[in-house]
Design a protein around this ligand. Structure first.
Ligand SMILES: Cc1cc2nc3c(=O)[nH]c(=O)nc-3n(C[C@H](O)[C@H](O)[C@H](O)COP(=O)(O)O)c2cc1C
Length: 160
């Protein structure tokens, strides 16, 4: 069973989660694809696809949205897991529904909002201002929900 984890990450947290999922699933048969640097992926090589991205100003990266839209026919023939990284928990459901097409959400064997991080050293001036104003937070904070990550891995493994 070969698995691809396909993701976009603006400040590195989604990548961190993707690597964690890779390790928990077993790194030998699990391959990472960062949509920032990889343009085409031969999906036929994989049995399971895990797709994730993060939310900035209410939206998931366009690269993730376009990947799902452009590959929908193939995705619906695979086992798919979805994850979202974000910090605004009350909005997670809306953000998730807006990030992934309904067909794919219904098809997915697991879907998780796994929390996120504020990493001020990775933010530009405007981003720092927005985060401080909207959240009231001005120091690094990590709220990655390890339980949700493990649940995602467990639910993928139970569909093997
Ligand atoms: C400028 C900015 C805007 C953000 N807007 C949202 C948001 O609207 N909703 C949310 O849930 N999280 C929001 N976040 C939190 C990010 O999703 C969080 O920092 C995440 O860990 C980023 O992951 P990444 O490094 O993989 O891009 C925002 C973060 C930044 C820096």
């Amino acid at each position: 069973m070969e698995t691809a984890i396909i993701y976009a990450s603006s400040h590195g947290t989604t990548e961190k989660v993707a690597i964690q999922i890779q390790h928990e699933l077993g790194a030998e048969n699990t391959h990472l694809f960062n949509l920032k640097s990889i343009k085409t992926i031969d999906l036929s090589r994989f049995d399971i696809l895990v797709i994730g991205g993060s939310i900035h100003a209410g939206q998931m990266q366009g690269k993730v949205k376009r990947f799902c839209k452009n590959n929908m026919v193939d995705l619906l023939q695979k086992r798919v897991g979805l994850f979202m990284v974000g910090m605004n928990e009350p909005e997670f459901e809306n953000e998730f529904n807006n990030a992934f097409p309904e067909l794919l959400r219904k098809h997915a064997i697991t879907s998780k909002c796994v929390g996120g991080e504020f990493l001020f050293e990775k933010m530009n001036f405007i981003e720092k201002l927005i985060v401080k104003k909207v959240s009231g937070i001005s120091q690094n904070v990590s709220k990655i929900d390890e339980t949700k990550v493990s649940q995602l891995v467990h639910e993928i493994n139970s569909h093997l």
